[in-house]
Ligand binder design. Structure first.
Ligand code: ADP
Ligand code: AMP
Length: 213
């Protein structure tokens, strides 16, 4: 099953990806997580990407497309994958289409989590993420069982550097200007399903599983 989770920053893609990993036993591919790991490892790519991420801007397409090419070639993607936060521009979507054609695989479904901008700020400023596995929690809407401890791997929860009201504004601008046009791209491919992402986490999961049945 080759899936894509689509939506604004903070729409709940990472949160829902965790349920799909368990249900389908396929990996989540989050370009944001891969970039944050590169920053933590002080790689050249990480240092370059950090400048864009700290300002809430998109990292250049060439960097992102390179990351995805390498990642999809890994053996754990053979039975499928969940794309999370990629693609974010038409150039990325086009590159993915060509890459998947070369690999002789196709996209089964794009699940879009619809959440209006006015809810996004509260979601992002209250987000806590696992410093190790990247799992996402919310202080109010989706708290971890133990404060500041990841439910999945027991590591410490942290606040992402770009999760502040200032950066959210530019991330939402980038989403509307550069990413939202992909809705037409995937609607025309006949694989686009829109869900109400404002429901409780468990209700969104139920809708998503029903959409994939
Ligand atoms: P994305 O991966 O799309 O950027 P996340 O999955 O990290 O978004 O979710 C953003 C924030 O919103 C997190 O703090 C998460 O716990 C919270 N969240 C996710 N889904 C819901 C939901 N359905 N209702 C309320 N809060 C949610
Ligand atoms: P995310 O973890 O998906 O919220 O992404 C965090 C940041 O990483 C974004 O604000 C961008 O700066 C960068 N990023 C992640 N994925 C992409 C992508 N597909 N294209 C461009 N930039 C990205």
């Amino acid at each position: 099953m080759n899936l894509m989770l689509f939506g604004a920053p903070g729409a709940g893609k990472g949160t829902q990806a965790k349920f799909l990993i368990e249900k389908y036993n396929i990996p989540q591919i989050s370009t944001g997580d891969i970039l944050r790991e590169a920053i933590a490892n002080n790689t050249e790519m990480g240092l370059e990407a950090k400048k864009f991420m700290d300002e809430g801007k998109l990292v250049p397409d060439s960097t992102i497309i390179g990351i995805i090419k390498d990642r999809l070639a890994e053996s754990d993607c053979k039975e499928g994958f969940i794309l999370d936060g990629f693609p974010r521009t038409l150039a990325q979507a086009q590159a993915l289409k060509e890459l998947m054609a070369t690999m002789q695989i196709s996209l089964d479904r794009v699940i879009s989590l619809n959440v209006p901008d006015e809810l996004i700020v509260g979601r992002i400023t209250g987000r806590r993420v696992c410093s190790k596995c990247g799992a996402s929690f919310h202080v109010e809407f989706n708290p971890s069982k133990e404060e500041n401890v990841c439910d999945y791997c027991g590591s410490e929860l942290i606040i992402r550097k770009d999760d502040n009201a200032q950066t959210v504004k530019s991330r939402l601008e980038a989403y509307h200007a550069q990413t939202a046009p992909l809705i037409d791209f995937y609607t025309n491919m006949g694989v686009f399903t829109e869900l109400d992402g404002t429901k409780d986490v468990s209700d969104v999961t139920k809708d998503m599983i029903a959409a994939l049945a």
